[in-house]
Design a binder for this molecule. Structure first.
Ligand code: ADP
Length: 260
């Protein structure tokens, strides 16, 4: 209790940033980072907003590869790191600061200190929205992150699979505990549309995210199919919203951006 009192919720207002939105998931591998990156790029390029992206997934940073940023940030005279911009989004990630293949083995207080630096000690300039790619799960690091970065809201990413939805509920409960509004659920990998016969296959199940949302009084703000262009865009460092702007999936991400 004392720990949270010391790092209380009001001390991490980020200068110049209007709204901070977390993209979270109950478990890893469901497409949280992919969603955070495409949402940030869509907010910047389709909604014409000033957008930042903070990769708070300190144990497994994905933003350097997904946004094709491989240099270290410069530091201003007043010791603030300058976020690195690509695809119209100002980015900050632990991956910019540590060598790519060195493991990050830290306890929660070190994670908190790193997150403090990567959010507050950064020259973001004026931003309409800072999107945060949260660490997966609902452990200590996630809870303290949620409490200390004054969040305007959170979007929860899940696949339609039961095991992912159960964990998504835990994530939702965590945000409720600290009174952060849930802006909606995003169902990722909702289906796979066969490129030959156009028949959809519901590989991870069907309807689960909508059922969960209804039960919890929440909205589904996006359904993103399992799509090769999304995976390829992430691996190539050119998010699909940029590489295939007129595709169905880019339109789906733009809809999410508008809903947020
Ligand atoms: P998380 O952040 O939840 O761990 P990632 O965003 O890293 O998940 O995604 C996990 C893997 O799935 C990555 O290889 C990513 O490229 C791929 N992926 C995510 N969403 C999709 C999608 N809708 N279609 C195809 N591949 C996807």
């Amino acid at each position: 209790v004392r720990f949270y009192a010391v790092f209380g919720s009001k001390d991490l207002k980020i200068d110049g940033v209007k709204d901070v939105i977390a993209v979270a998931s109950g478990k890893g591998g469901v497409g949280k980072s992919t969603t955070a990156v495409n949402l940030a790029v869509a907010l910047a390029n389709k909604c014409q907003l000033k957008v930042g992206l903070l990769d708070a997934d300190v144990y497994g940073p994905s933003v350097p590869i997904m946004m094709n940023i491989h240099q270290k940030p410069e530091v201003t005279e007043d010791m603030k790191m300058v976020p690195i911009e690509n695809h119209g989004v100002k980015c900050m990630s632990m991956g910019f600061l540590v060598p790519e293949n060195s493991p990050i083995v830290w306890r929660a207080p070190m994670v908190m200190s790193a997150l403090r630096k990567m959010s507050k000690d950064v020259d973001w300039g004026n931003l309409d929205i800072l999107v945060i790619d949260m660490p997966p799960g609902t452990g200590d690091a996630q809870l303290t992150t949620t409490q200390t970065l004054q969040l305007s809201g959170a979007v929860i990413v899940s696949t339609p699979q039961d095991v992912a939805l159960i964990d998504a509920r835990r994530g939702i409960a965590m945000f409720s505990k600290v009174s952060v509004p849930i802006l909606g659920l995003i169902e990722n990998m909702s289906c796979f549309v066969c490129p030959h016969c156009s028949e959809p296959s519901f590989i991870f199940g069907k309807g689960g995210t909508r059922r969960t949302a209804t039960e919890m009084g929440l909205k589904v703000i996006g359904e993103i199919p399992l799509e090769m262009d999304i995976r390829k865009g992430s691996d190539d460092g050119v998010p699909v919203v940029i590489s295939a702007p007129d595709s169905i999936v880019s339109k789906a991400y733009s809809e999410v951006a508008v809903n947020v």
